[in-house]
Design a protein around this ligand. Structure first.
Ligand SMILES: [Fe+2]
Length: 345
């Protein structure tokens, strides 16, 4: 396999290709550069086999949907990724084929819960978990410095020392490193214990990202529509989160909540199923269907989705529209299924 970086900027996108079959994979495409990627594929005579986002990005709009629409190649992300536009959810140990070659999926959470690294043919694409001489920030929602330390020290540093490291970002003009060099020289990690690493990450004042919700929520929801008014971070933080057991207990009480599932129809009837009695209103259709929910404006409404991210957006929208008792199913249908609570398909 051969690989090259396509953006030539701080934010990295990689093309991985099998020379024999001319089949290729694109990792972390950026929306603004999709025409460049299409041109590059055509110039090199490559057929796009798959698109992978290493995680839900907060700093740029993902180009995955557009690239999928233009090429038909499926989008792959970790099982916990919130986006509805993922054709294949991957887990730790899964293999993604690229022609006759392949990349192994390593689940490396910490920067985000859905972060994966891809390892194969002497190289590893580390997303924003391990950077060259640094590590990705762990202060966004779902970030966890302790998990990040474990991902790096137990999974990435277990790879052969000579493995080439290709991160999703670099701010200093580096293009490649090795696992051995990062083990020896990465200043964030160098000899630190897990506790020391967590304390270090907590002490760093990362810059606030401009318009983070304007980027994050389209990436989380696959809604890229100027009509959609996404809630602010403050509104999202105010959403009451109910764990699955509490929602299940509420369902069996004398005053069961109104359950509104905001996924797409194929997900509602897909592998994870849906909670019996829930009603389907995909998030992108929610603003147009608010009036249907008006009779329940004073009732307890619980919003449901795959991982609990899109439904938090939906809950904040309903609250802003004057619904008085709105909650979110924390962890979504992934958490519901893990507890083997009842589902219909
Ligand atoms: Fe990131």
């Amino acid at each position: 396999m051969q690989s090259k970086e396509l953006n030539h900027f701080q934010c990295k996108c990689y093309l991985v290709a099998c020379e024999q079959t001319r089949r290729a994979l694109i990792i972390d495409p950026e929306r603004t550069h999709v025409d460049r990627y299409i041109g590059m594929l055509a110039y090199d005579g490559l057929q796009l086999q798959a698109i992978v986002d290493t995680h839900t990005h907060a700093d740029h709009l993902s180009g995955s949907d557009l690239l999928h629409a233009l090429t038909g190649a499926p989008v792959m992300m970790h099982d916990s990724a919130p986006s509805p536009r993922v054709a294949r959810h991957v887990r730790d140990g899964d293999v993604i084929e690229v022609g006759r070659g392949s990349l192994k999926v390593l689940h490396t959470p910490g920067h985000t819960p859905d972060s994966v690294s891809l390892f194969g043919d002497g190289r590893v694409f580390t997303g924003d978990v391990l950077l060259i001489g640094g590590t990705g920030r762990a202060d966004f929602a779902g970030g966890d410095a302790g998990q990040q330390y474990d991902s790096i020290t137990q999974k990435l540093f277990a790879l052969p020392d000579e493995t080439l490291v290709f991160p999703a970002h670099d701010y200093r003009g580096n293009t490649v490193s090795t696992i051995g060099d990062e083990k020896r020289h990465n200043p964030r990690l160098g000899g630190r214990s897990r506790r020391e690493y967590i304390d270090l990450m907590a002490s760093i004042e990362f810059p606030l990202l401009d318009k983070i919700q304007e980027v994050l929520q389209p990436n989380q929801t696959a809604i890229d529509d100027d009509e959609m008014k996404f809630p602010s971070l403050a509104q999202l933080n105010e959403v009451r989160q109910l764990n699955p057991r509490d929602v299940h207990a509420n369902r069996e009480s004398k005053a069961p909540p109104v359950l509104v599932d905001v996924r797409e129809a194929d997900e509602f009837h897909g592998d994870l199923g849906h909670i019996p009695g829930s009603q389907l209103i995909p998030l992108k259709d929610l603003p147009a269907h608010i009036e249907e929910l008006r009779p329940h404006a004073a009732d307890h409404i619980v919003l449901v989705c795959r991982s609990g991210v899109r439904s938090t957006t939906a809950a904040a929208i309903l609250t802003a529209m004057g619904f008085s008792e709105v909650s979110n199913l924390k962890g979504g249908m992934l958490a519901w299924n893990q507890l083997k609570l009842p589902v219909e398909r």
